[in-house]
Design a protein around this ligand. Structure first.
Ligand code: ATP
Ligand code: MG
Length: 556
């Protein structure tokens, strides 16, 4: 999948050098999601990068849940994340890992720091701690609890752990430098008291490690060589290194930062995505409008499209905003190559071909894909009554051929994969609505050019009215109508696109669509790319989600 001609990004360059000079022998990376929400497209960039490096350099990539925070984590998210990584086509090394597997070791290392005089139990409350911390321009002050004896610190830490100390009363802090220009080094918190049950360790612990105290040490335990994270962690790197340098860890991982993926017309923050779900703005984490991997999957986006897109992104030390159209280009490109073709009439208008005998079924054979023989052939029953799309007929026969390449009274169109027809008469109901077209087929035009003087205006899609399947079609569009729903102090909820979902019932699909399996992709000719929905209906109800239109019609 990786493009061999693409220049190496800065991490690939570095790894190539390290492998060449022997400073690294086997690359080990990890993807470390916090199980507090579903994965989104931003995570896919990180997944493709971490698993991709391992693949490319013959190393390994771990999947490790960062479950150090007992408040927000849920097993539902763990399951969904595992499914998503697998769906993208990546395989982690060994078992799935959990930060909580290392709680005991982290605790031993906290005791080690105390014995070394490098950690202490502090009784400042949150507000006092902020006061003592100082600011970007002013140094902080030492906590009055900084010089407790090793013995006292060990006893208090044990009491924090067993639940003898109330929440908020004490923390364990590293003893580094309250005057450091990097605020992360001003005696950061290693443990907090939290009397919460944990999804894996239950009530064993009454203290939980901070992200900073946990992350690098977990990497070290797993032998991770390159710990790759997003730019906002750059200022945490000196602290990451301080722990690695001051603890008897089994290996010395290093942290590298890259720019996160931001997409216009979208959001990539789990907190905000959760808000969309919790407040019912979407039907769930896997709503096909969501930029989550499960939403994209249900929408019909393939893992290949996502991986190709991620591979196209710069891995750089700056943040940028990627144009949604770039992602959509990869979705179309992939589906154009791989999705079988089918016809589905979204707004059916009946056409009766008066010179075709009632009951006659003429099976037409057409290609499953214009240039993929391996996708086989389809059978299209051609019958007296057919449907075309309402938008493919106009009563006004004076419309120029250039402007309206479809059917008008007295003139001709070609039915895709079948013959040329001529419209003769328009049938209307009491209210003047067009309900039917009476037309005739031009004999000898199945797959053949029409005789002199018969000039079809264009080609339209159609289905047999008697041999077809009923379906519901859901037209999805971008979830936000503004390119920057999160900019400044905007409330992203104000920019939800009111037309992001249009449901069409009573659509008519070609007979073969009855065989569509949930998750199957199609190009509905002239309409766009669609996918059979995975969640809705019984086996008898066919629901198709529009993945994307054939062309980029978005007007920004
Ligand atoms: P959020 O801010 O949405 O909660 P997060 O960074 O807290 O995201 P994690 O579960 O901690 O979510 O992320 C797991 C990994 O995915 C981290 O290494 C993180 O850097 C990376 N990641 C998250 N969002 C993006 C993004 N938009 N682009 C690239 N990588 C990302
Ligand atoms: Mg995070």
């Amino acid at each position: 999948m990786a493009d061999d001609n693409k220049p190496l990004n800065f991490i690939q360059q570095l790894i190539s050098r390290e492998l060449a000079d022997g400073s690294v022998t086997r690359v080990i990376t990890r993807f470390p999601p916090e199980p507090n929400g579903y994965l989104h497209l931003g995570h896919a960039k990180s997944i493709c990068l971490n698993f991709g490096l391992a693949e490319q350099f013959g190393g390994a990539c771990n999947l490790r849940f960062d479950d150090t925070n007992p408040e927000k984590e849920e097993d539902e998210y763990v399951k969904a994340i595992i499914d998503d990584v697998r769906w993208l086509g990546f395989q982690w090394d060994g078992e799935v890992r959990y930060a909580s597997d290392y709680f005991e070791q982290l605790y031993l290392w906290a005791q080690y720091l105390i014995r070394e005089g490098k950690a202490f139990v502090c009784e400042l409350n949150g507000e006092q701690m902020r006061e003592y911390r100082g600011t970007l321009t002013e140094p902080g002050k030492n906590s009055p609890w900084r010089d407790r004896s090793v013995e006292d610190n060990l006893v208090l830490l044990e009491q924090m752990k067993t639940g003898a100390i109330d929440e908020g009363r004490m923390t364990l802090r590293a003893k580094i430098d309250m005057a450091s220009p990097n605020i992360n080094l001003r005696d950061p918190v290693l443990y907090r008291v939290k009397k919460r049950s944990h999804h894996r360790t239950g009530d064993t612990w009454n203290i939980y490690p901070s992200y900073d105290f946990a992350h690098g040490q977990e990497d070290a335990i797993e032998g991770v060589t390159h710990s790759i994270c997003t730019l906002e962690f750059a200022a945490n790197r000196p602290l990451y290194e301080w722990f690695i340098d001051n603890l008897p860890v089994p290996s010395k991982p290093r942290q590298f930062e890259f720019g996160r993926l931001n997409l216009n017309y979208s959001i990539t923050s789990k907190r905000k995505l959760k808000q969309l779900v919790d407040e019912g703005h979407v039907s769930g984490w896997n709503d096909p409008r969501m930029p989550t991997l499960s939403g994209l999957r249900r929408r019909g986006v393939t893992p290949r499209a996502i991986r190709n897109f991620c591979d196209s992104l710069a891995v750089a030390k700056t943040d940028g905003v990627v144009d949604m159209a770039q992602f959509e280009h990869f979705i179309r490109d992939d589906l154009n190559d791989n999705a079988p073709r089918a016809m589905c009439v979204l707004h059916p208008l009946k056409v009766t071909l008066t010179n075709v005998p009632d009951g006659e079924v003429d099976m037409r054979t057409v290609a499953g894909h214009p240039n993929r023989d391996d996708l086989g052939e389809r059978q299209l029953p051609f019958t007296r009554e057919i449907y075309i799309d309402r938008e493919d007929f106009n009563e006004d026969s004076s419309l120029s051929r250039k402007k309206f390449k479809r059917l008008v009274p007295g003139e001709w169109v070609r039915l895709r994969g079948a013959c040329v027809i001529q419209a003769n008469e328009v049938v209307k109901d009491d209210r003047g609505e067009i309900v039917e077209i009476l037309a005739e087929m031009i004999p000898g035009t199945h797959g053949e050019d029409p005789p002199e003087g018969i000039r079809p205006r264009g080609v339209v899609h159609w289905v047999s009215a008697t041999e077809c399947v009923d379906c519901e079609v859901r037209l999805y569009d971008r979830l936000f109508s503004d390119p920057a729903p999160e900019a400044g102090d905007r409330n992203f909820l104000d920019f939800i696109n009111p037309a992001s979902l249009t449901v069409l019932s009573g659509c008519k699909g070609e007979i073969g669509l009855a065989e569509a399996v949930a998750g199957d992709n199609y190009q509905f000719e002239r309409e766009g790319y669609f996918c059979r929905d995975t969640e809705s209906g019984s086996e008898n109800t066919l629901v198709f989600n529009r993945t994307i239109e054939l062309r980029d019609n978005w007007k920004s």
